[in-house]
Design a protein around this ligand. Structure first.
Ligand SMILES: Cc1cc2nc3c(=O)[nH]c(=O)nc-3n(C[C@H](O)[C@H](O)[C@H](O)COP(=O)(O)OP(=O)(O)OC[C@H]3O[C@@H](n4cnc5c(N)ncnc54)[C@H](O)[C@@H]3O)c2cc1C
Length: 341
């Protein structure tokens, strides 16, 4: 049995939150009229994407972000580019601020938000983009010794280790490994094959892709935020790589200045690329792009990170002129020049 029940929006524990009847991602993607004033609580991917969309549809959006910047799981410059662009588009981006209380005395009327900096905000709707919780409350987990409402901890074949006899698996958001559609699909391919191999009594290393193990959902998870500009990243940030004990070198290049393809893509193109290199192993640990159209660039980085392609070989993956992909050449040149060889 494979549990794939996904997640629901996790609402913050703030007085008045239920009475305020906030939008979740469901309302934010299904609403058929545009609120005049929308407060978005949360500056992660969902908050930033929805602020982009609703400001574009004509709402006057205020973002209330507890952290010091947007997209906190990416390199900080990605969030800075997106925040700047949202501000230019008219969004009021407020960072380092939390909501202390909400009031909506008339269910069809405005919502008042009291903020922890002492200010108050009046809006027509509030969107909570404050994280996800597993949808495992009412599926009978207690009957197999697990706790309802918990994430399901799995091994690299997506099998739930805490259940005897190994018959229970969990894929997708419910196992909390990487809350992304493509990662859930990846896990499903692996788990399906592992289940088949175990049923047939075959060893677990006979899959066409080498092993029945989700080896890439730790170190090579790709993610795109469809903001304007897009933010796309795979693998570890510089900080995550250092915390994991790697000796790293970090290379940044401004995309707009560096390649003709960017100038062809848009006048005044602004964006940045960063590669995080394992200085001992000489391969990439992570890559981040921010800029218009970078989503389609990301898979090249995913191949390099997942395949641990040596820097010396990357020089032979020749990017076409005049495409934005020539940023790879600029990154490699900057890496070589900084090394002084
Ligand atoms: C606003 C938003 C934008 C996103 N954008 C992206 C994106 O651009 N790219 C990306 O990769 N990811 C994105 N994600 C994340 C992505 O949606 C999830 O990672 C993905 O949907 C997880 O797939 P899943 O199959 O695990 O769960 P889900 O897609 O949530 O599916 C779970 C299914 O199980 C059903 N279910 C639940 N409980 C039961 C039950 N008891 N019995 C029977 N059925 C049940 C549900 O009805 C649902 O159909 C986004 C998420 C949000 C909230």
């Amino acid at each position: 049995m494979v549990i794939c029940t996904g997640t629901r929006a996790a609402l913050p524990d703030v007085p008045g939150i239920v009475e305020a009847r906030p939008w979740t991602n469901r309302h934010a993607t299904e609403a058929d009229s545009v609120p005049g004033r929308l407060a978005v609580i949360g500056g992660g991917g969902v908050g930033a994407e929805m602020a982009t969309a609703w400001q574009g549809l004509g709402a006057s959006v205020t973002m209330l972000v507890r952290t010091s910047g947007l997209l906190p799981r990416m390199e900080s410059f990605a969030g800075e580019y997106v925040a700047r662009s949202l501000t230019d588009a008219g969004v009021d981006v407020r960072t380092g601020v939390s909501v202390a209380r909400l009031r909506r005395p008339d269910p069809d009327g405005p919502v008042w938000l009291e903020l922890d900096d002492g200010s108050e905000l009046e809006v027509d709707e509030v969107l909570c983009a404050t994280g996800r919780a597993p949808l495992t409350d009412d599926i009978g987990l207690e009957t197999v010794g697990l706790t309802p409402g918990d994430w399901l901890e799995v091994d690299d074949t997506c099998r739930v280790g805490a259940v005897d006899d190994g018959w229970l698996y969990a894929c997708g958001d419910a196992n909390h490994r990487a809350l992304l559609t493509h990662e859930g699909k990846y896990q499903a391919r692996i788990a399906g094959d592992a289940i088949g191999a175990r049923a047939a009594g075959k060893p677990l290393d006979t899959a066409p892709w080498g092993a029945h193990a989700t080896t890439a959902d730790h170190h090579a998870v790709p993610q795109v935020f469809f903001t304007d500009p897009e933010a796309a990243a795979v693998g570890l940030t510089a900080e995550q790589a250092r915390q994991a004990g790697h000796r790293v070198r970090v290379i940044d290049v401004e995309i707009g200045d560096a390649v003709e393809g960017a100038k062809l893509h848009a006048d005044g193109y602004t964006g940045r690329a960063r590669m995080v290199v394992d200085a001992d192993q000489q391969h990439l640990l992570g890559v981040t792009f921010v800029g218009p159209g970078v989503a389609e660039l990301l898979h090249s980085a995913t191949v390099a990170v997942a395949g641990r392609v040596p820097i010396s070989r990357l020089w032979h993956a020749v990017p076409c002129f005049p495409t934005i992909s020539e940023i790879w050449l600029r990154l490699l040149e900057a890496y070589r020049d900084a090394a002084g060889d």
